[in-house]
Structure formats: C-alpha cells, structure tokens
Design a protein around this ligand. Structure first.
Ligand code: SF4
Ligand code: SF4
Length: 62
C-alpha cells in the first residue's frame, strides 16, 4: 500500500497530476491538487511525482 501526500504550499495548480493519475484519486480544490478519492487506491506508479513541475508530491510505501 502506498501513501501519497501533496505539499499544498508547493502546488501551483497546473492540474497535470489530476488528469494523469491512473487511479483517478486526485482532484482540484480551490486551485490546489488534493487526494479526493480513496487514498488506499494509489498504485504507487509515481506518475504524479514525475510530472509535477514543483515537486509537490511524496509517495511512501507502507
Ligand atoms: S502537478 Fe503539481 S503543481 Fe500541478 S496541480 Fe499537481 S501537485 Fe499541483
Ligand atoms: S502514484 Fe500514481 S496512482 Fe498514486 S496518486 Fe500518483 S499518479 Fe495516482
């Protein structure tokens, strides 16, 4: 199982991660990316981490 966290201070709201997440658990709230789905569905694919221009993501394997 993976735990994804988004540093809200770093997020610039480009929205790229939301469209790219294969598990569809990311969304935008007031211009910032957030985990809006079931965090337990995260696949740990690191797509979000790789494409985020501001390195806002961290992913931990639990
Ligand atoms: S890719 Fe990064 S900067 Fe863009 S919305 Fe997602 S977390 Fe924010
Ligand atoms: S690691 Fe993959 S499945 Fe998990 S939030 Fe990022 S893009 Fe989505």
């Amino acid at each position: 199982m993976f735990m994804v966290t988004i540093n809200q201070d770093k997020c610039e709201g480009c929205g790229s991660c939301v469209d790219a997440c294969p598990a569809k658990i990311l969304g935008m709230t007031e211009g910032k990316a957030e985990v809006i789905g079931d965090a337990a569905d995260c696949l740990g694919c690191e797509t979000c981490l790789e494409l985020c221009p501001t390195e806002a993501f961290s992913i931990m394997e639990l």
